[in-house]
Design a protein around this ligand. Sequence first.
Ligand code: DTR
Ligand code: ZN
Ligand code: ZN
Ligand code: CA
Length: 441
Amino acid sequence: MTHSVHRRAAVVTALALAGLLSAAVPAAIAAPSAAPSPAALAAPDIPLANVKAHLADLQSIATANGGNRAHGRTGYKASVDHLKAKLDAAGFTTTVQQFTSSGATGYNLIADWPGGDANQVLMAGAHLDSVTSGPGINDNGSGSAAVLETALAVSRAQFAPAKHLRFAWWGAEELGLVGSRYYVNNLPAAERSKITGYLNFDMIGSPNPGYFVYDDDPVIEQTFKDYFAGIGVPTEIETEGDGRSDHASFKNVGIPVGGLFTGASRTKSSAQAQKWGGTSGQAFDRCYHSSCDSTSNINDTALDRNSDAIAHAIWTLSAGTTVPPGGDVYENAADVAVPDNGAAVTSPLAVTGRTGNAPSALQVSVDIKHTWRGDLVIDLLAPDGTAYRLKNSSGSDSADNVVATYTVNASAEAANGTWQLRVQDVAAQDTGYINSWKLTF
Ligand code: DTR
Ligand code: ZN
Ligand code: ZN
Ligand code: CA
């Protein structure tokens, strides 16, 4: 019996018992009202058409420059100049960092979005170079174009998150992560320590796609998983091994990393084809590192989903921590949709600058919009993953919203680190979203 029938039965019984049932009662009790759509779903939709237009531009550049956009070739610098012009026009502060590799000059393009806490920098990047054998549209025009369009969406929205946003397009990845390693190695330690996370996107539009999430950092991983759970797309952990793309340059110096991948030359299994569609026994990208890696070598659905997942992660992970003058209150006000009767979702809250353990009376204030709060199970997750149950589900509690403060004995937990609010809707009908939550130490 689904929730709605159960609810209708309960309502009719209640009215009958109370003698309130009258001819005025409609033949069928109106279904519970649709969940309030989040006032402003945190991240905007990234228009697939815009991302594909960037891919068409990169294809034209390769065609006009000997068929590729490889390090040391004219097509690569033309790609850098093309993206830089768009970012400058959108209000970014851009920097072109030069380096030498294999006797040729390489270029990293860095774009800072003005504003945000300079001591908390969230980065997203993609390598812009191709191999010499082709235009490199999936590898890695797809990641480059999706990151570019997300940056342009930040500009269109005049987004002003707590954290500082920095976007990057790397040179000479195909020669061995040369550009990203050069960037990290030439970043003073004090600047590295400000980077709260680096998100990497290398091959996110493969024609026979899988949906792989990097599992290097639990909070970043969960943020991507939540997105895909919210659109009903299963994911797998990326297992092609560390060191295979530019996130390795950041992970090697202790910066939290994450990212997305749709697969390269490995073959899609029958179980994966069952899960994701596509062709089993065929490579995720048959044109990997080949001349046929052109604009026809893209799966639009995968490119669209991953572009939107990137925006979701940027909006969610940049919410940062607002530490008002008292210094004891940390809040995340980013909206996170809670899928109806589905997987749990999380909202992260990075706590920094404290000493020792959390208090025995840690205050956890939540503001969750929902049209039947009995559906919800709510937990606080400490930075080490320990779960503290704040609220159990209670089917009959049909009231709206959960706006409450819970007291948790968190004295066994280190105060600093990324805490998470985990919310799960465990009954069909009625949905909602995390509006905001905060910790008071
Ligand atoms: N090295 C990337 C392709 C690649 C292969 N395995 C992974 C795993 C995660 C990201 C990317 C990759 C390239 O050829 O650019
Ligand atoms: Zn490659
Ligand atoms: Zn690549
Ligand atoms: Ca529900």
